[in-house]
Ligand binder design. Structure first.
Ligand SMILES: Cc1ncc(COP(=O)(O)O)c(C=O)c1O
Length: 327
């Protein structure tokens, strides 16, 4: 009788590797490779936690429907989990979503409702407002509601944070995470602060977000990141610093991370890497140990053209031969 290490796919969520990155800094810098979760992002953890909490408390019953608003990854995770557990899944997304994330949600059999990209979440056309309306209209439906449900941060406090604490043997001094809902930075941040109040918790925001612009948000390209409204999920009391990152800086980091470090990252991880690299240059010492979350992979954004360089056009077999003979 074979005793599998994992009884089902959902058991493979979490326990992601922590890999050292050789940034130019006297400190030790580690990346938590959350894109190695089975759904491809950190959101597998929060989705599973919220869905299983709803099952336990009777909010989600067999035959029910999961409705969620997502910049993409929470939608992918809900779709994957819903497929395995046998729920109907409806995901509202904004027009900013990459084709890869959109099609991945659909590949798991979930229904997608496309909504315009709005500056304010309260806008009735926003993907959040639409998800609330859809959930209200369907009997036996459950909305994890990642933007307002503190269980989102609780998931990362319970599942992700202890892994980081153990993998760094309690030596982590700085923690960097991109903030969208704020769940990843807040849940882990609270746990680390409880273990060591001196740990610095650093959130990365879009420089065009509602928070960064004092209430006058402008469009931005980086998906998943951006503090765009007041939410109880974002634990301001334990965040030491919020660093705004421009699209140009965050996206500009992506080819470098792939070509220099072999890390094909999603845009929010590019923003986190940019902020960490700059912070590390002047503010980290040899006694420091920084951990950064790499939330998802660049494979989910390849068609956005953030990675290929102008010189990267490919050859055909014929033009390759011609090139060789002309050398
Ligand atoms: C790629 C990516 N990075 C970062 C985040 C932000 O994570 P959180 O919502 O926990 O703040 C998200 C959230 O959807 C995401 O999809």
């Amino acid at each position: 009788m074979i005793r599998p290490r994992y009884n089902n796919l959902l058991d493979t969520i979490g326990n992601t590797p922590l890999a050292k990155i050789n940034f130019q800094t006297p400190a030790q810098v580690f990346a938590k490779l959350e894109y190695l979760n089975p759904g491809g992002s950190v959101k597998d953890r929060s989705s599973l936690y919220m869905i299983e909490h709803a099952e336990k408390t009777g909010l989600l019953k067999p035959g029910g429907t999961i409705v969620e608003a997502s910049s993409g990854n929470q939608g992918v995770a809900c779709a994957m989990i819903g497929a395995l557990k046998g729920y109907r899944v409806i995901i509202t997304v904004s027009e900013k979503i990459s084709q890869e994330k959109l099609q991945t949600i659909q590949a798991y059999g979930a229904e997608v409702v496309m909504c315009p990209s709005t500056s304010f979440i309260e806008d009735p056309r926003s993907y959040h407002s639409q998800a609330v309306a859809i959930a209200r209209s369907i009997e036996n439906s459950f909305m994890p509601n990642q933007y307002f449900n503190i269980l989102n941060a609780q998931a990362h406090y319970t599942l992700l944070a202890p892994e980081i604490w153990e993998q760094t043997e309690g030596k982590v001094t700085h923690y960097f995470a991109a903030a969208g809902t704020g769940g990843t930075v807040s849940g882990v941040g609270r746990y680390l602060k409880e273990r060591n109040p001196n740990v610095k918790i650093i959130a990365l925001d879009s420089s065009n977000s509602w928070r960064s612009t004092n209430g006058n948000p402008q469009p931005y390209k980086i998906e998943g990141i951006g503090i765009d409204f007041e939410t109880p999920v974002l634990a301001k009391d334990i965040i030491d610093e919020i660093i705004p990152v421009t699209d140009a800086d965050g996206l500009g980091m992506l080819p470098k991370m792939a070509r220099q470090y072999g890390l094909l990252l999603g845009p929010s991880s590019g923003a986190a890497a940019w902020a960490l690299e700059h912070y590390a240059r002047t503010r980290l010492t040899k006694d420091d140990c920084a951990v950064v979350i790499f939330s998802d992979s660049g494979r989910a954004y390849l068609t956005k053209g953030f990675y290929a360089q102008p010189q990267d056009h490919h050859l055909t077999a014929t033009s390759y031969k011609e090139k060789q003979t002309s050398i």
